[in-house]
Design a binder for this molecule. Structure first.
Ligand code: HSE
Length: 410
């Protein structure tokens, strides 16, 4: 029998316990042994819970119990999760987590400890909620060199953007609904400022390229500056605005990584991904594009990924060889100013002649009710550095920049 400890009885923790007991018989067949949650660690009391006898408040009880072979960390954040996870691995227990911040910041170190101790550190639920993406990336797609990854990786922002586009809803109203539905993080900044997406693309990139990518080094923009005017121009462009975390191998073997809202053409498989759904496009050199789609947030979808990791963890008697990346000094990450993309720009008090003299050939967009002194256009691809210089030249006089959104092709 495998004995499991669950750290944290919040949304994902309670979902994990629920899914494990709901499907216990079936899961035990897959695991080849009985599964029992021995402890649930939480500071709060749950006197009415059917699992009330399992609750404890002292982590050391779990750490010092040799019967516990798998620790499930679903508390979130770094403190105390990092210490709990690290000490569990050092004690020879496998760890399953949904904690993307922990994996994005400490993944290389924790994977190395797991390998040294012959146990596993699994985190399928950290990216894409219920969508299988971690295991497909390091197992099913392992014959490929990964050229590119692009994902709608945050359900909350995709939900907000969908509401803004479909229902003409304001950003604030849509955010409030997302929070009521339990999609948003406690601090919505992690969602709307792009940090959550950044952590997830860092995890995928680390796995795909075998070197740790730390979130602090990645240019990250959120969706707070998107306006109904931008939404209208994007409709004229023939696409949707999506918050994309993307990574692309460059000719010099460096990897360009960025998190930004982007115009995505309606022909793209990512354009039709709406509401809380996530999608991750992986471009392999043999497969071409493969797209993973599903519920990227929520109690049961995320618990589904956690429980699947538990089942695999109890079956394995050594560390995974393929779920691994090394620590890195980040020298393989392309300087942001060299990253080359097309841009949508919206400007006030400029003129077409000046715009074209600075940006060269551009495609103008229109929207109903635009003031006469407003112009919106799409540029050809150019480096971030060049684009910033061009904007500065354009806005030297009376013209001002009202909005800039990158245009990505997938
Ligand atoms: N807040 C996250 C999201 C939860 O909206 O996608 C899942 O990581």
């Amino acid at each position: 029998m495998a004995k499991i400890a669950v750290l944290g009885y919040g949304v994902v923790g309670s979902g994990t316990v629920e899914v494990l007991y709901k499907n216990k018989a079936n899961l035990e067949k897959k695991a080849g042994q009985e599964l029992e949650i021995k402890y649930i660690l939480d500071l709060r009391d749950f006197p009415d819970s059917p699992y009330k006898d399992k609750f404890i408040k002292d982590f050391d009880t779990i750490l010092n119990d040799p019967e516990v072979s798998v620790v499930v960390e679903v508390i979130g954040g770094i403190d105390p999760s990092y210490n709990y996870v690290k000490s569990s691995l050092l004690a020879g227990k496998s760890v399953v987590t949904s904690n993307k911040e922990l994996v994005a910041r400490k993944g290389a170190e924790l994977l190395a400890i797991a390998r040294e101790k012959g146990v596993n550190f699994f985190f399928e639920a950290s990216v894409g909620g219920g969508i299988p993406i971690i295991r497909p990336l390091h197992q099913c797609l392992s014959a490929n060199t990964i050229d590119e990854i692009a994902g709608i990786l945050n359900g909350t922002t995709n939900f907000i953007l969908t509401k803004m586009i479909r229902d003409n809803m304001s950003f604030d109203t849509a955010l409030k609904i997302a929070q009521e539905l339990g999609y948003a993080e406690r601090n919505p900044s992690a969602d709307v400022d792009g940090l959550d997406t950044c952590r997830k693309i860092c995890i995928l990139t680390s796995l795909a390229f075998g070197k740790h990518v730390y979130p602090d080094n990645i240019h990250t923009e959120g969706i707070t500056k998107i306006t109904p005017e931008d939404v209208a121009y994007c409709e004229n462009f023939g696409g949707s605005i999506k918050l994309i975390g993307w990574a692309a191998k460059q000719e010099d073997d460096k990897v360009a990584i960025m998190v930004c809202p982007a115009f995505i053409h309606e022909d793209s498989q990512l354009a039709g991904v709406n509401d809380v759904f996530n999608a991750i496009l992986v471009r392999g050199d043999s497969t071409g594009d493969v797209v993973f789609y599903g519920k990227g947030a929520g109690k049961l979808p995320t618990a589904s990924a956690v429980v699947a990791d538990i089942v695999i963890a109890v079956k394995m008697d050594k560390s995974s060889k393929s779920l691994y990346w090394e620590d890195s000094d980040q020298d393989f990450i392309e300087d942001t100013e060299n990253i080359t993309v097309a841009n949508y720009l919206r400007v006030l008090d400029s003129d077409k002649k000046k715009i074209e003299s600075i940006f060269g050939e551009v495609t103008y967009l229109t929207r109903k009710g635009a003031p006469e002194n407003e112009l919106a256009f799409i540029t050809e691809p150019m480096s971030e550095k060049q684009c910033a210089l061009n904007i500065k030249t354009l806005c030297d006089g009376s013209a001002s920049l009202l909005g800039r959104i990158r245009v990505l092709e997938y």
